[in-house]
Design a protein around this ligand. Sequence first.
Ligand SMILES: Nc1ncnc2c1ncn2[C@@H]1O[C@H](COP(=O)(O)OP(=O)(O)OP(=O)(O)O)[C@@H](O)[C@H]1O
Length: 824
Amino acid sequence: MPTSTKRKQGAVQAVGAAAAEPSSKKSKTTTTTGGSAPSFAGSWDKLKPILTPWILETIHTTFGFTNLTPVQASLIPLAISKNKDFLVEAVTGSGKTLSYVVPILERLVAKEAEMARERGSAGQGGTGVKGLRRNEVFALVVVPTRELAVQVHAVFELFFQGLRTYVADQKAMNNTPATKGTTDDDGTTETEQQQAAATPETIIVEEIYPSPLLLVSGQTTTSKSTTALPAPSPIIIGTPGRVASYLSTSLSTSSSSSTSAFARARKHLSLTPFSLLILDEADSLLSSPDHLRNMLTIWQTVPRQRRNWLFSATMMDVLSERTNGLLGQTGLERAGLKNLTRVVVKVETKVKGREQDQNGNDAAATTAAAVPAEVKQRRTPVSLQNTYILCHAAEKTLQLVRAMGTETTGENGYSKFIVYFSTCAAVDYFYRILRRLPELSHFHFSSLHGHLPPPIRTSTLSTFTTHSSTPLRPSVLLCTDVAARGLDLPDVDVVVQYDAPMDPKVFSHRAGRAARMGRQGKGIVLLTKGSEEGYIEFLALRKIPLRKQAYIGPTEDQAENDGGESSTAGEKASYAVDPAADALQLAIQNIVLEDRDLADKAAKAFVSAVRAYSKHEASYIFRLRDLDVFGMGKSFGLLRLPRMPEIRDWKERVAKARERQEKGKAGEDDERLVSSSWQDRDMNWDEFAYVSKTREAQRLAELKEAESKKDEIAAEREQAAKVRREMAEKRVAWSVKKDRKDRKDVRREKKDRKKDWEAKEAKRSEAEAAAGPTSDKPTAQGSAAVTSDGDGDDDMDEYRDVKKSKKEHSGGNMIQSDMFDDLS
Ligand SMILES: Nc1ncnc2c1ncn2[C@@H]1O[C@H](COP(=O)(O)OP(=O)(O)OP(=O)(O)O)[C@@H](O)[C@H]1O
């Protein structure tokens, strides 16, 4: 949430205004209707209950806001006046932060006055000496990332600065003779009116709230001694891990038998007046097992008598989502949260007929599967133009580079970009590569991911935020999902998702970094042809409509037309890869060749990206089996393919597809596989050096040692291979032996059963013969024939079982079944 209040879309429009009271006690739904300007719903001045003067003043002067957004108008009155738990969903960039910050502050002021009354001091409008004590915590705001915590903390800070200014103004006004100021209709001056309104509680201010406490990585929150911990504050903001550890450490000594330690801990932190637990991006906090562990600690630590407010743009998803490790419970059930009042702000677009894409193509006709002709409700901002580009895996980097070029030129003239990758290693690598490409040399690059040290994360974000980008000098942030949720980075124009997110919920959060509060913005997701096309329909069903953007050709006016079509079922797909992708691969390789360290980074990035692909939640769309690893290798500009089981499998499959093609028996899948080819770069790896002198010296030393021990190493390798072979043989021999024995046992058992049965039958026949002839009973022979058929079937089953067990025991398949475990 920026401090800047200047918006490109200045128009303010009250649409779908929310009433102050809910239509139903359980659920409140507000609908905003699309236009490019932001939707507003009434003015802050007219809000009921009336806001505390310094809070209102800060909203007006510091933030520069006159009107409330629909989510603010819906929630703030309820949250101030009703003692309820809330579940709030509104699209990205719709002002959810203020919708909880303002009620927290209002309730804090009220609590302060209440405590002051109880403790025998006059309430002081949020500034009491004997209201809340310094060690008393009133509210806790938990968010999933460090960056978001810093941002929310900054918003609270602005309010407290506003309070200080307000207090100073009031004091000054108190000391000024009431001769200045504008004269009103009743003849009193403005200053006189303000003085008359100012009660002693609001004027006599001796202390003001301490700054909210921020608990994030890079700060001391754990210590054996509570004295080394940061001092508490009425409002604490932090990430789950840090908050949990702070609370546990601060309160841990209270259970100690030592009275002094207990007294010290009490002194350090008290949760007596604790009232509010706010989870921002709550769906992420409730669905990630890591976050949940820490959330459990927090829930167990804070008093039960509290209100819970949960916020997210994808909040409703957690209602049904059952997470692994939660014993089949939803996050809400695990948190024991029931009877939540839902506040949902829905966005509607007035779509007449079918949506059209950029080229005037009918959206439903151009997508792989039928997108509903009229997508009326959506879970993304109306001002966000959400698109996808279909390409081959080998063309992804090419499309990224071209998209960045075309979006800055021509009509669009965009200048601020975010590009999301699936892993930290990929961000690291592409950050080093993309900035070196001549096509992107005018871009200012930043990179952000969770493996960077906290100070670097802070400075990167601040550089990107403050960079004054223009289409001639655009800026781009390459990042992972660490920057996907909640971050209010001003003026972001385009969000490119190089990789679709592993958690589909994150898609709208990523795209929502653009088009905030009515600004125009664009989202582009790069999807590869084939099963990934199913993602379009998948998102459409989740009310996130995507429009097709044409494959970007060499220049804007030469855009290739293949983008206008999609490989819908039955249509023969084109497997030809853009020759420019090969040229780009060569260009990237040439950059990599300058430093061996880049080759290491490339391999790491590639391996991590392949592994990440296998962890997609929508695993039936993002199938590792369908991932064109050769194409991906090209897009990464690899010099050679790293060794990994996924690649061995791909190589074998390509080879088999070739065989089938030669025999004229190739299917569509085979065509696709055959079109994917790989050639390691022809080069001398022994001479490929690191730029870092120490690293290179180390490599040369290792090389020398390896050279001197060449024979030894070769012998060791041979020995290891021999052991592996023997083990494999043993495994096979063991399994074959076991199979034989099992089959023999089964046969013997059947034989025994048959003998028993025959003996019984013989006895029965004898008994029947003794009793007299009966015509319609089956003969022993007839029955035996039936049994024999059955034996035949059993044999088949047995054969199938043995075959299956052999297959499972063969090395290659074992790797494969492990590999695809998580894809089933
Ligand atoms: N009433 C208002 N009038 C004008 N601008 C506002 C108002 N409320 C918030 N904003 C601005 O809108 C932007 C988005 O707000 P905020 O970050 O709270 O959105 P959000 O709904 O929390 O988004 P996300 O889901 O991405 O976290 C911020 O820059 C904020 O300053």
